[in-house]
Design a protein around this ligand. Structure first.
Ligand code: SAH
Length: 473
């Protein structure tokens, strides 16, 4: 982080502006809206400055900058059209360890003015620190349209109740749950409809109700890695949770989106390394929920596809713990889309099977025979370690040795890597390409379409399907 965003209280604080023209005027307007006490030095001033002086908002000093003018000031703005004057202001201020802003000269800025979205008392500041002003402006426009105008009145209403809520509801977590309840209630709708007295009554009624902490588990699918594949509901619950219990498949980019002060508990490590036993994970969820916490159990992909989401919910049932399940984009769907491999296609595959490469608890084998005929796609999760076995079993069951195969490592993520090969080469490729987890295997004729439909990231490094596509059947 090049600059730390801070919100500074400027009411009645002395700020020096060097320059009296239009550039200085813009900055002065912003500073005045924050209540600063302005001192402006310049040989001449545009008329607005004179007006502000008459209104007692600014003190004008006719003349040139000299370092003594910095005495007793909190901030200084160099806003002249003369680079050497601006440099002199910058050097003098920096020598005194003062924060200085030099207009349109970012290297000479100890602080910068962000662009502001004002829903008082909610203020959002955005900056690209001079690197991409147009992008920052577009982002601002987007946020302006996203943030409803009633946000300000809603925050003001909440502010009026803060002390009462603090007095009545003890504990930070309980208060947070109360406010979540308020924001999910008709109080918001009343404010939206500009029915402020009704909103106030409703809020008071909610506060008068008996308050009890109710634990709940949200079992949430986080998708395969690209944070933009999260559902809106997943994001909402990630933002509401007191605790986020996650495993290694949840990408770091997605973890950035959980509520900043939520407690984070990691219960899974990469395959092969130590991870928390399922029964311990279940117990963590039970204990936290019984203590009244809202827990987001965040899982890679979809919680009900090789995610043990069902088992975790079964463990909650005897304790009467409330739960919700939010589906996620499963690895098969995400990886196939981002690799350009349609899992079914009228000409190449009429069905698709999702299979785990892990042994079953009783050591029995999956039904390889059912995966052996052409015109169907087999997607294998957790298949890396067992690649040689999978290859051997499918070949033995009669699947063609030339069946196209894709190995997709880190699907949908920026580091996505796709390796295409044929079934007879699968295990050799996993080893020579040193494929890392997480990786998914897609086996079937549809893989040959990848050559045409590829769109995301680097092209695969082995183009084995150079011959024109031939339709089956
Ligand atoms: N519930 C998850 C699957 C968990 S099993 C889901 O619905 O996707 C873990 C396996 O999923 C990994 O071994 C790998 O085979 C696959 N997987 C998950 N995310 C992946 C990704 N981004 N790229 C490739 N494979 C992935």
């Amino acid at each position: 982080m090049q600059y730390l965003p801070l919100f500074v209280k400027l009411t009645d604080k002395p700020v020096l502006i060097v320059g009296g023209g239009s550039v200085a005027l813009r900055k002065a307007g912003t500073l005045l809206s924050a209540g600063a006490k302005l001192f402006v030095v310049s040989p001449e001033f545009s008329p607005e400055f004179t007006n502000w002086q008459q209104q007692g908002k600014a003190e004008l000093i006719t003349g040139y900058f000299s370092p003594e003018l910095l005495d007793g000031k909190l901030l200084v703005i160099a806003a002249t059209d003369n680079d050497s004057v601006n440099a002199a202001v910058y050097n003098a201020a920096t020598a005194r360890n003062m924060l200085v802003n030099t207009v349109d000269d970012q290297p000479k800025c100890g602080f910068i003015f962000p662009s502001i979205i004002d829903r008082n008392p909610i203020i959002i500041a955005i900056s690209s620190f001079g690197t991409a002003p147009v992008l920052a402006r577009r982002l601002r426009e987007k946020l302006e349209t996203l943030l409803p105008q009633h946000l300000g009145p809603l925050a003001q209403l909440v502010g009026r109740f803060r002390d009462q809520v603090k007095a009545r509801i003890k504990g930070f977590a309980a208060r947070r749950q109360f406010w979540e309840k308020v924001f999910n209630s008709d109080v918001v709708r009343d404010v939206q409809a500009n029915q402020l007295p009704q909103a106030e009554q409703r809020l008071a009624a909610l506060l008068a109700e008996p308050q009890q902490l109710a634990g709940e588990v949200y079992v949430v699918g986080a998708g395969p890695g690209d944070p933009e594949l999260l559902t809106l509901k997943a994001l909402q619950l990630m933002q509401q949770a007191d605790v986020v219990v996650y495993d290694y498949l949840v990408s770091p980019e997605i973890m950035q989106l959980v509520r900043r002060d939520a407690e984070l508990i990691c219960v899974g490590k990469k395959a092969g390394a130590h991870s928390v036993a399922q029964r311990d994970t279940n117990q963590i969820l039970i204990d936290l929920a019984l203590a009244g916490k809202k827990i987001c159990r965040l899982k890679g992909g979809d919680p009900f596809i090789f995610g043990r989401g069902g088992e975790e919910i079964q463990a909650l049932l005897p304790h009467n713990i409330a739960f919700q399940v939010v589906p996620g984009v499963t690895a098969a769907a995400g990886c196939a889309a981002y690799a350009g491999i349609p899992l079914t296609h009228r000409d190449y595959a009429q069905s698709v099977q999702f299979v785990t490469g892990h042994c079953r608890p009783d050591g029995s084998e999956p039904d390889w025979q059912s995966m052996s005929t052409a015109n169907q796609t087999v997607v294998i999760y957790m298949g890396l370690m067992k690649a040689a076995h999978i290859q051997q079993q499918l070949l033995a069951a009669g699947r063609a040795a030339t069946t196209p195969v894709a190995i997709i490592e880190n699907g949908t993520r920026l580091q996505q890597r796709i390796i295409t090969t044929e079934l007879s080469e699968l295990a050799a490729k996993v080893s020579t390409e040193q494929v890392q987890s997480p990786a998914l295997l897609i086996i079937g004729e549809v893989v040959s379409l990848q050559r045409q439909l590829h769109w995301f990231g680097a092209r695969p490094n082995s183009a084995v399907f150079a011959q024109p596509l031939t339709r089956l059947g």
